[in-house]
Design a protein around this ligand. Structure first.
Ligand code: SF4
Length: 205
C-alpha cells in the first residue's frame, strides 16, 4: 500500500492537516484584520469591538460581554473600549442598574464600522467559489467542532445551533435538512444552521 507523506516526510494525518489548514486560515484572517484596523488607526481588538457593537443586540453591549465574546480578559477589553472612547467612537450610558456601562457607537463610530465592514471580503469571495453543497457541509462540520471546543472550555461564547438546547440532531431522514429546531419547530437545513442565533439557549449536557 502506498503511504502518502506530507512535505516534511511524516505520515499523512487528515486531522493534523485539517488543524493546520484552520490554523493557516487563522493567520490569514489575523493579517487581514490587522491591515484593515491599521488603516483606520485601530488595533484588531478595537476593530472587533466596533464591529460587534454595530451588529449585536443591546444585551451584549458591555465590556465584560465583549471580553467573553473575543476570549480576552475584561481589563484587556476595557483598555480597548477606553481607547475607542478617547477617539470619540464609543459612548457609555447607564445600564438598568444606573451604572454607566452600556456601550454605544457614536456617529463617528458608526461611520468607522461602515468602513470596516468589508474587512473580510477576500474570505467571502473565496468561499463563494466553493460549491453550495460543500459550503453547507463545511458549515455543519465547523459548527460541530465549535460545539466540542465549547464543551472543552476552549471557546467561551458560541450561540450556534450545535450548542443550543433546542437543537435536535439527526431528527429527519433528509440529508440536506437532517436536524430540527425544537423552538422554531422547523427542520434545519445544513446551509441554514445559525452561528449567532438571538433565540439561542446554551445546552447544559
Ligand atoms: S433556537 Fe436558534 S440556535 Fe437554537 S436550534 Fe433553533 S435556530 Fe438553532
Amino acid at each position: 500500500m502506498t503511504e502518502h507523506v506530507t512535505g516534511t516526510g511524516g505520515p499523512a494525518d487528515l486531522d493534523r492537516r485539517l488543524a493546520d489548514a484552520v490554523e493557516r486560515l487563522g493567520h490569514g484572517l489575523r493579517a487581514l484584520s490587522q491591515r484593515s484596523a491599521r488603516g483606520l488607526g485601530l488595533s484588531p481588538l478595537q476593530q472587533q469591538a466596533v464591529l460587534a457593537l454595530s451588529r449585536q443586540p443591546t444585551v451584549r453591549r458591555e465590556v465584560s460581554a465583549l471580553a467573553a465574546e473575543f476570549d480576552v480578559t475584561t481589563p484587556t477589553m476595557s483598555d480597548a473600549v477606553s481607547a475607542l472612547e478617547r477617539k470619540g467612537f464609543v459612548a457609555r450610558s447607564p445600564g438598568p442598574d444606573g451604572r454607566r456601562r452600556l456601550l454605544t457607537l457614536t456617529e463617528g463610530g458608526q461611520e468607522v464600522a461602515r468602513r470596516l465592514e468589508p474587512w473580510d471580503e477576500p474570505l467571502l469571495g473565496a468561499l463563494a467559489k466553493v460549491s453550495a453543497a460543500d459550503r453547507a457541509t463545511t458549515l455543519h462540520s465547523l459548527l460541530q467542532v465549535i460545539a466540542d471546543l465549547r464543551r472543552q472550555g476552549v471557546v467561551s461564547v458560541a450561540r450556534t445551533c450545535t450548542t443550543c438546547r433546542f437543537f435536535g440532531p439527526d431528527a429527519h431522514p433528509d440529508p440536506v435538512a437532517p436536524h430540527h429546531c425544537h423552538l422554531l419547530r422547523v427542520p434545519l437545513p445544513l446551509a441554514d444552521l445559525r452561528t449567532d442565533c438571538p433565540e439561542h439557549q446554551l445546552a447544559t449536557a
